[in-house]
Write a protein that binds this ligand. Structure first.
Ligand code: NAG
Ligand code: NAG
Length: 253
């Protein structure tokens, strides 16, 4: 019984205003203006790391720089022609990479500033008469891998040096807002393998998971995008990404 509506919202970085709009080169289907307003109301504001080299972009921007390989054919695509792609197709950058860690200019994504903000893609899903989920998707052309301590990690210090694992092209991050009877109830935040469910706390006007709290600005949750890898966190700073014999740091500023 779910109703799914896809919207394009502007990426909420640095600026507070939410504009749902016609970003050129992006697909969006607006079925119901009320749902669009709802998606805009709870859209997260996301801070990029201060020295972020790999900004978000629209899907259209990314597609301009890659080719679709489908069986024996390869072709350029736009968001609207992509839906004709078979299940086996894949994309490859239109320029070759010299080695696995090499980068191309488009990996830096789109300019983010007061006049240009990459979109957030929102999917509104009505679960039942009282529950509505809004999925917010952000796209990044490039994910810089984790800095992994390949030496010894002693008292929080890596001795022996770091190496980077997990660079990849094309990176989606998402957060899901659950509304109960039109009011915020929970926020699910993705952080690659991890994720966390935060419960709305009316009194503090934050989303809480134990001691951890996601602040809000009006109706908008404030999230922090990890430097390079873009996993979402509730606070700025450095986070241990995964509890493994090697320590992977997810860095933000
Ligand atoms: C790759 O795509 C970009 C963006 O459309 C274009 O500027 C560039 O010339 C293309 N490069 C090649 C080698 O086709
Ligand atoms: C609606 O769905 C939510 C999530 O699955 C569930 O917790 C709730 O009980 C459902 N409500 C009704 C009225 O079915």
């Amino acid at each position: 019984m779910g109703v799914v509506v896809l919207f394009v919202l502007t990426f909420q970085i640095f600026l507070g205003t939410v504009i749902r709009g016609d970003q050129s080169g992006t697909t969006h289907v607006t079925i119901d203006d009320n749902l669009g307003a709802l998606a805009s109301t709870y859209a997260p504001k996301i801070w990029l790391a201060k020295d972020e080299d790999y900004n978000p972009s629209s899907v259209g921007f990314h597609l301009e720089n890659v080719k679709v390989y489908d069986g024996a054919t390869s072709y350029s695509s736009t968001p609207s022609t992509l839906s004709t792609c078979s299940e086996d197709c894949y994309m490859s950058s239109n320029q070759t990479l010299d080695h696995a860690s090499a980068t191309l200019p488009f990996f830096s994504g789109e300019h983010v500033g007061s006049t240009q903000q990459p979109p957030v893609y929102a999917v509104v899903k009505r679960i039942n008469e009282s529950t509505t989920d809004i999925l917010y998707w952000m796209f990044y052309p490039y994910n810089r891998g984790k800095n992994v301590c390949i030496g010894l990690h002693i008292f929080g210090v890596c001795i022996g040096g770091y190496s980077t694992f997990g660079n990849h092209v094309g990176d989606w991050e998402y957060a899901t807002m659950r509304l109960e009877n039109g009011q915020p109830n929970k926020l699910f935040v993705s952080s690659h393998d991890f994720g966390g469910i935060y419960d709305w706390d009316e009194e503090s006007e934050t989303y809480k998971k134990g001691e951890d709290a996601i602040q809000t600005e009006g109706t908008h949750p404030i999230l922090y995008s990890a430097w390079g890898s873009h996993g979402l966190w509730s606070t700025p700073g450095s986070h241990v990404y995964k509890d493994m014999p090697v320590i992977i740091d997810d860095l933000r500023d």
